[in-house]
Design a protein around this ligand. Sequence first.
Ligand SMILES: [Zn+2]
Length: 132
Amino acid sequence: MIQIPKATHDEMVAHAKGVYPQEACGFLVGKDGLAKYFLPIENMDHSTVTYTMDPRQQLKAFKRISGDGLELLGIFHSHVASAADPSQTDRQMAFYPEVSYLIVSLADMNRPDLKSFRIAGDHVTAEEIRVI
Ligand SMILES: [Zn+2]
């Protein structure tokens, strides 16, 4: 289970809506399964179907996360037209089994659907999100 404060949840969704119709991406940061903040990262693909995180922004993010004594809890991205389920590419690019993969679907803009998964190879497990 991953616990996300309402304000942080809303920030992730707002960021995804803000870069729509491109896919959004970023890091969810926290400790022991409790999120503390969200760091948006630029999608260098500027694509509606893929994302590649800007490596310089990733490096900056990792410095801040370790400086704050926190951990990378989740890798977040959006799906602008499909369900919030990991695509084949998402599964192939999921190299961190200890990190949550969060996907928000904006297929229905009025009802953003956020889901979380653990991905290890071909093994995808849904993870409960508790918005607190
Ligand atoms: Zn995806």
